[in-house]
Design a protein around this ligand. Structure first.
Ligand SMILES: NC(=O)c1ccc[n+]([C@@H]2O[C@H](COP(=O)([O-])OP(=O)(O)OC[C@H]3O[C@@H](n4cnc5c(N)ncnc54)[C@H](OP(=O)(O)O)[C@@H]3O)[C@@H](O)[C@H]2O)c1
Length: 289
């Protein structure tokens, strides 16, 4: 993977003062409900007002991928008290701006990896529903929508999730056993891998070598993120800190599973603010590694 220091330069280039009403018209990619550009306050690297659409469209994750595996970024939202869900789901933690970032990131990658627990709880549907998002991807030389990537070790995949019945959605499922997907509407490929070899390292290598995936967005959940960290596969973390408290309960943090053998350092690339939510982008791991 290209060292994270390279990644730091792009948001700095993208930071733009946008106090004049007309200065954002060229960047109407990620917009609010009424078509207005979403302007975030940037605190790191330097104070500025930024159009989040411009920031996201400048990311170019694919160029940072190596020959062995895709450049892998992870996106989560957390409550201020560190929980990744409220009443079993994450949606209530976010707002319109967070959803714009969530979908904006999907626009930038070749594939989206999601755990079966999240697929089940969040009732995943088609990854990019809006025609304008798919058109922008095509203009940028990508497939109209990202490949959906699922990994199962038990075979207990929630095939009733809407994602599997979307005719235009391409899905690849890595599994130790065959799955009966013949009657489902989506375009699904099941890749069987020997259980002893079914690690996320194997899966990411396979995505790179057989599916042409240079950039991968992992949308969780915490069990999958814990595994990515333990296998040293996460390059960046996008973390939204929601200005809300869950206040107890048993919801996970953003990473679960066994504790890491040592702390993984994070290096801030940017910190943005919008409507009280904080948007952090970190490079994961030792700088220059
Ligand atoms: N706040 C956020 O941004 C956010 C994001 C995502 C999810 N969530 C929340 O997180 C919860 C679901 O997360 P979760 O941790 O239960 O499930 P998860 O991480 O979404 O999925 C875990 C499952 O992934 C499969 N898997 C296959 N290979 C794996 C590997 N090497 N390592 C880990 N998992 C592997 C396993 O499925 P099999 O059992 O099929 O083998 C495993 O049970 C929900 O409440 C959801 O709302 C929050």
């Amino acid at each position: 993977m290209r060292p994270p220091t390279v990644a730091i330069s792009s948001p700095r280039l993208s930071a733009r003062r946008c106090t004049a009403a007309g200065s954002l018209t060229a960047f109407r990619r990620v917009t609010g409900r009424f078509g207005r550009p979403l302007v975030f306050r940037q605190l790191i690297p330097e104070p500025a007002e930024v159009d989040v659409a411009e920031l996201l469209s400048s990311l170019d994750f694919g160029s940072r991928g190596g020959a062995e595996r895709p450049y892998t970024v992870v996106n989560f939202i957390s409550s201020a008290d560190g929980r990744a869900a409220f009443q079993g789901r994450s949606g209530a933690l976010g707002d319109e701006a967070d959803r714009a970032v969530f979908h904006g990131l999907r626009e930038q990658v070749d594939a989206v990896f999601v755990g079966t627990g999240t697929l089940r709880m969040e009732h995943y549907g088609r990854l990019l529903r809006k025609p304008e998002r798919r058109s922008r991807r095509e203009l940028a030389g990508r497939t109209p929508e990202p490949l959906a990537c699922i990994v199962t070790r038990t075979g207990d995949v929630p095939l009733d999730a809407p994602l599997f019945s979307e005719p235009e959605q391409h899905v690849v499922v890595f599994s130790p056993m065959e799955l009966n997907v013949a009657r489902l509407g989506a375009q699904i490929e099941v890749v069987t891998i020997d259980p002893g070899e079914l690690t996320l390292t194997t899966v990411l290598r396979r995505l790179r070598s057989h599916h042409g995936v240079s950039s991968l967005l992992c949308e969780g959940g915490p069990t999958v993120f814990g595994s990515l960290l333990r296998e040293g596969l996460a390059d960046e973390l996008f973390l939204t800190i929601s200005p809300k408290l869950v206040g107890g309960g048993s919801a996970p943090t953003i990473a679960s599973g066994p504790e890491l053998p040592e702390l993984t350092p994070l290096h801030p690339i940017w910190l943005l603010e919008h409507s009280g939510s904080l948007y952090l982008r970190y490079a994961v791991g030792t700088m220059g590694s």
